[in-house]
Design a protein around this ligand. Structure first.
Ligand SMILES: C[S@@+](CC[C@H](N)C(=O)[O-])C[C@H]1O[C@@H](n2cnc3c(N)ncnc32)[C@H](O)[C@@H]1O
Length: 224
């Protein structure tokens, strides 16, 4: 019964709840991809969406904002010098710690991944020291703080990996006006992600229009 109620709550919050109900300290749901694949993830399996991304991530020091349970960051960290996965939702952050412990127990090298509970707007220094940013299914939620976010990013990152949202992108292309996002829904689309990266001085080096679109930008003038 309890798990049925939890599932119902998850569906309601995920499909129609406002952002502040869905995430933050009172959030009681896990990310969609985590919920769908939880058992396999704890056994060390990577959902297809992340498997395809891992080898595409450039740079040596990678920070992910809005990392959820941190599955992508944990996987990426095996091939990087340092990875930081930031999320401000305690439940998701805690689940990430459990996954990290489980993967370490399976012999996976996740020692260079740091999972941080924090809000990047409260503490921009969380981005310091990294050359690559990942933001997967998150930037369209930043609303009127989008430019503030990309100002912080452009001062620090040589590479930016944006992952949008296939379902939202299709609806946006059909002219649907998103109730919860408004105009920001364009940032779930390949065009919207490309535009914002170009506006902040990045050239597009990779674009994938498959399910959740992926756009990767490289800073035209590399930072030292
Ligand atoms: C839609 S979920 C995506 C999670 C994961 N990246 C994925 O693709 O499954 C958005 C995540 O961003 C986190 N988030 C949103 N704003 C944030 C912020 N300002 N700082 C840190 N995390 C944030 C939320 O807690 C939530 O877990």
């Amino acid at each position: 019964m309890a798990s049925f109620l939890q599932k119902l709550k998850d569906v309601i919050f995920t499909k129609s709840g406002q952002y502040n109900d869905r995430y933050g300290k009172n959030c009681s749901s896990q990310s969609l991809d985590f919920r769908r694949n939880a058992k396999g993830i704890f056994r060390g399996e990577l959902p297809k969406k992340y498997r395809e991304l891992v080898d595409l991530i450039p740079g040596e020091k990678v920070v992910e904002v809005g990392a959820g349970e941190g599955v992508l960051s944990l996987a990426v960290s095996a091939n990087k010098k340092a990875v930081r996965a930031i999320d401000y939702t305690p439940l998701r952050h805690e689940k990430g710690k459990e996954i990290q412990a489980a993967w370490a127990g399976l012999g996976k090298d996740v020692s260079r991944c740091e999972l941080v509970l924090g809000d990047v707007f409260d503490d921009p220094s969380l981005l310091d020291g990294f050359d690559t940013l990942i933001a997967c299914r998150v930037i369209y939620y930043f609303g009127d703080r989008t430019d503030l976010f990309f100002d912080m990013v452009a001062q620090r990152m040589n590479y930016v990996v944006l992952v949008g949202n296939g379902r939202r992108a299709k609806r946006h292309a059909r002219g649907h006006v998103s109730k919860d996002l408004g105009e920001a829904a364009r940032l779930s689309t390949p065009e919207g992600m490309r535009e914002i990266l170009e506006r902040y001085g990045y050239e597009i080096v990779t674009e994938i229009r498959d399910n959740d679109p992926v756009v990767i930008g490289k800073r035209k003038q590399a930072l030292a």
